[in-house]
Design a protein around this ligand. Structure first.
Ligand code: PMP
Length: 392
């Protein structure tokens, strides 16, 4: 989002777009949030094919399905299964799908289910290796639950108490491919948050088959506003408890959202099933991967030119989906300031670039996170400013 600086702080978050030509010195480039609107250029081309219509008398019930996840529409279930089959990123056999209002709600449902498996007098510790996704801590501790509590960096966890480790791979904020790191002998459960395990961000080199895998529609297709997320869960008892949580917190998930998400997923999958007759720029992952690749090339050139920050190095791997050896193109760039800059976020603020600093991810403020999935306008302005940055 690109906004004028002369308004109130609240105005920074409205949708006012300023034409590129006006984007000089007086505007703020806001790349602190991971709003995936950059993929809208694809959906604009397919706006008619991806359109949904819901008549006045349709999808009125609380209920969707006679299965365990009773509020999920059968077509939503089929679309999720089909998407994983087409992409090959997760094994869905012998798993229950639990749908939620974004993966944010499914995360809470998982904490509830995992922390109530066995009776305990103390809250279960929730950890993730730093740098970790900035909302885990707030989401875990917001209601000061007696069941679970945030306990910080998984790599230094040494309590002899049960824990839940969240493994985010590729990781938000730094794009790293991760495995569990807790060394404690205490009983532990692992949630794999696979929000970014899609071909536009990373090679799909394994069909993952973990007991608990969390996905979000937001970062897969870019439709964050639909608020659809799901978990693939092996254990029926855990799945049942998650559904109970969804029942009591929101009595399920909007059917309108499910209808829309189903359509979007079907359009993507139909494209790949007829890929011989579909031009590459109408195949979602081909288009979005190219977009991410182009952006990463531009960002790397800007960082190289100014020499104020450095970027992590990413390995290449064979992608079973694209059938090529490819690099990673993470949804966020994780910048490390060079010596002499103590606080990357404040440094970039002076260039009128709003970012999220290392502290929010559990590390020091020399690090800073930048979204790579916003609009074209803000991305172009971002790289222009970064290329011209100088050490004071
Ligand atoms: N997990 C990770 C790692 C994320 O980056 C996000 C979104 N920023 C989420 C979960 C939540 O996604 P949503 O609630 O939109 O599904």
């Amino acid at each position: 989002m690109v906004v004028a600086t002369n308004g109130s702080p609240l105005e920074q978050y409205n949708d006012t777009k300023i034409p590129l030509s006006n984007l000089s010195y007086n505007s703020i480039v806001s790349v602190d949030r991971g709003d995936p609107v950059g993929f809208s250029t694809f959906w604009e081309k397919l706006r008619e094919e991806a359109k949904v219509e819901i008549k006045g008398d349709e999808v009125m019930s609380y209920f969707g399905d006679a299965n365990l996840c009773w509020y999920m529409l059968p077509q939503m279930r089929n679309a999720i299964l089909r998407l994983h089959k087409v992409v090959g990123n997760a094994n869905t056999e012998d798993k229950y799908i639990v749908l939620g209002n974004g993966s944010s709600e499914v995360y809470l449902a998982l904490l509830y289910a995992l922390s109530t498996e066995k009776p305990s007098d103390i809250p279960i510790n929730v950890v993730a290796a730093a740098p970790h996704y900035s909302d885990y801590e707030g989401a875990t501790d917001m209601l000061q639950s007696k069941l679970f509590q945030w306990s910080g960096d998984a790599s230094v966890y040494d309590k002899d108490e049960p824990y839940i480790e969240v493994v985010t791979s590729p990781n938000n904020p730094d794009g790293a491919l991760r495995t569990p790191v807790v060394k404690s002998d205490a009983e532990g459960k692992v949630i794999y948050d696979l929000a970014y395990y899609w071909p536009q961000y990373t090679p799909i080199n394994h069909e993952l088959n973990q007991d608990i895998m969390l996905f979000t529609f937001s970062k897969c297709t870019g439709h964050a506003g639909s608020r659809i997320g799901w978990a693939l869960v092996k254990d029926i008892e855990i799945a049942k408890k998650m559904v109970k949580f969804l029942h009591l917190s929101s009595i399920g998930v909007s059917k309108e959202s499910q209808v829309r998400a189903t359509k979007i997923i079907e359009v993507i999958c139909d494209g790949y099933q007829n890929s011989n007759s579909t031009p590459s720029d109408r195949l979602f992952f081909n288009y979005s991967k190219k977009l991410m690749k182009d952006r990463w090339e531009k960002l790397k050139a800007a960082i190289e030119k100014s020499k104020v920050f450095t970027l992590p190095k990413y390995p290449t791997a064979y992608c079973h989906f694209t059938k090529e050896i490819t690099e990673q193109y993470p949804a966020f760039a994780w910048l490390k300031s060079v010596e002499g800059i103590e606080d990357g976020e404040s440094y970039l603020e002076k260039l009128k670039i709003l970012t999220r600093g290392g502290k929010q991810f559990g590390v020091d403020p020399t690090y800073v996170r930048i979204s790579m999935i916003g609009t074209d306008d803000e991305f172009i302005e971002l790289v222009t400013r970064l290329a011209n940055a100088k050490i004071e």
